[in-house]
Design a protein around this ligand. Structure first.
Ligand code: PLP
Length: 531
């Protein structure tokens, strides 16, 4: 197979894309690396004397998935295998497709195991960029899709803002309202994470400007100048976000994304303020004082920015992820987030929590911000990914007074609410959130033990539930570790410049954690030998 048709991106060093793990480059690397692929089927790859096998495997309430494989199985000598390569050649003729890992046999995939078209079976630690809540072919999902009561919804694509289906409110009550963050009962569905953030920002700005107008109607001048994209109708107000933040790729939210140039290069952006996000030292117990000081430093800077920008572009809203995901799985303590909310209140800005990646259960909570013990709910909480549908909750004062101010053709997708209902039921019936805490705790302990044994390879193990990450010694090692794990049958993700992140489905059990830890140990041991 010639790779000439897939000109490789140079991953290192290229300031634009160096941390984006391109499949084309993986292609080239894989073809070389697979020659040294000793272990075809990595089940039991780690010897019994391994570090991770010393850690007791806990029991969890999460039920087994019927028909799920026992272990990953790699049967091709290259990854992607020849059928994926052929399909990739075809798709490359019609679209840019450098990010494709391999083509998937979704019918064959079961539970936490993803099957590719070449017959390889991977343990899935990434769940479709953290967005597949129940894994593959979950019985509850199948039941929902096959239920005749849902057929009509599957058949139509209503414009929900104009013509909602008869049972729409019932469905929202059984899903989004049944699991709503404490204190928030207004909710708007949307299509994806970016458009959820984009519309939450707009809604916050409508509220902010109505406060500035002090109840008066928009002036004629405002109505005319907004059509010219100038003040006062298009006001000079801003959204503050954080260094390392990721809030999506549409124009508004992209101006608050600060993770990597690949997302931002060549696009005009709003001139909006960026605050520092704390960079915590690990283990947390050893650096309590330094980390508290770091968080106070960042809060002081947020306060300073609010004041500075009041003069040029007042901050209407501040947006923050509970755990910065794409930016490198950066955590902060509840004290930091409480401080942010306090500053927003002091400066009259909306406090928006972007839970696109942290909601829906991976952290052991439906809503990660509920671990902060805020005195009042955030003004808006955005979601997507494991919540299946995009959307946002908001406090009553953020509710727009006029129709069509927050609007688009579909305003979400009712078929996603059908799926979400199956997810919500399974979470409750199978105690999946408790399961996430149990397996997360076990896997984190395992990675910490590996970090202790191989500090030259990995560091800064951190996590909440199964939303776990660790740093590799170098950015290059991040790339080669992800590649090696895939060769050993684990699909996993990277983030930041040298971080590896785990984002399994909510059905991930300790037995899957054990398989993963054994494979990770092998990959880390191999990496140590090359250092
Ligand atoms: C925290 C966060 N916000 C927003 C987004 C954007 O979501 P989408 O890719 O669905 O537009 C993402 C996607 O990864 C995210 O992680």
């Amino acid at each position: 197979m010639s790779f000439k048709r897939f000109p490789s991106l140079t991953i290192y060093p290229n300031p634009l894309v160096w941390s984006v793990y391109s499949t084309r480059s993986m292609f080239a690397i894989a073809s070389r690396a697979v020659k040294r692929l000793a272990v075809r089927s990595p089940a039991g790859a780690a010897p019994m004397s391994s570090i991770v096998s010393q850690i007791p495997v806990p029991t969890s309430p999460t039920p087994d998935h019927p028909g799920e494989p026992e272990a990953p199985k790699i049967v091709t000598s290259t990854i992607p295998g020849p059928k994926s390569v052929a399909a990739l050649e075809r798709i490359s003729k019609i679209q840019e497709s450098g990010a494709v890992h391999f083509f998937v046999d979704y019918e064959k995939s079961q539970g936490n195991y993803l099957c590719d078209v070449d017959g390889n079976t991977y343990l899935d630690l990434f769940s479709q960029i953290s967005s597949s809540p129940l894994g593959y072919n979950h019985p509850a999902m199948k039941e929902a899709i096959l239920d005749p009561k849902n057929f009509t919804l599957l058949m139509h694509r209503p414009s929900l803002g104009n013509l909602p289906p008869a049972d729409w409110v019932d469905r929202i009550e059984r899903t989004l309202l049944a699991v709503a963050p404490k204190g928030l009962s207004q909710v708007q569905t949307m299509m994806c994470g970016s458009c959820s953030n984009e519309n939450a920002y707009k809604q916050a700005m409508i509220w902010y400007m109505s406060v500035q107008r002090n109840g008066r109607a928009p002036s004629q001048e405002e109505l005319e100048t907004c059509m010219l994209n100038t003040t006062p109708g298009s006001p000079n107000i801003s959204v503050m976000s954080f260094n390392g933040a990721f809030h999506g790729r549409l124009f508004g939210c992209l101006s608050t994304t600060r993770s990597k140039p690949v997302h931002k290069l060549d696009f005009p952006a709003f001139d909006w303020p960026m605050a520092p996000f704390p960079k915590l030292k690990y283990p947390l117990s050893e650096y309590a004082r330094e980390n508290a000081e770091e968080e106070q430093r960042c809060l002081a800077e947020v306060d300073r920015l609010f004041r500075e920008w009041k003069q040029k572009r007042p901050v209407a809203a501040l947006v923050v992820e509970p755990i910065q995901a794409e930016g490198g799985d950066n955590h902060a303590s509840p004290v930091f987030f409480q401080g942010l909310q306090r500053l927003c209140k002091e400066h009259g800005a909306a406090f928006i929590v972007d839970e696109v990646q942290t909601s829906g259960g991976n952290t052991g909570l439906m809503w990660t911000h509920e671990s902060w013990n805020l005195p009042t709910p955030p003004d808006a909480v955005t979601f997507s990914k494991k919540m299946v549908t995009g959307g946002f909750y908001y406090a009553d004062h953020l509710r727009p007074k006029e129709s069509y101010r927050i609007f688009n053709t579909w305003m979400g997708d009712p078929t996603k609410i059908v799926q979400l209902e199956a997810v919500v039921k399974a979470i409750k019936k199978d105690n999946l959130l408790q399961g996430m805490s149990i397996v997360g705790n076990y896997v984190q302990k395992g990675i910490e033990a590996l970090e202790k044994a191989y500090p030259q390879v990995i560091s800064r193990t951190r996590g909440m539930g199964t939303l776990i990450a660790f740093d590799c010694a170098t950015p290059a090692l991040q790339g080669s570790m992800i590649k090696r794990l895939r060769e050993l049958g684990v699909e996993i993700g990277g983030c930041g410049s040298q971080t590896i992140r785990l984002r399994p489905a909510l059905t991930f059990q300790p037995k899957h954690g054990k398989v993963f830890l054994e494979i990770l140990e092998q990959a880390i041991r191999e990496a140590a030998q090359t250092m």
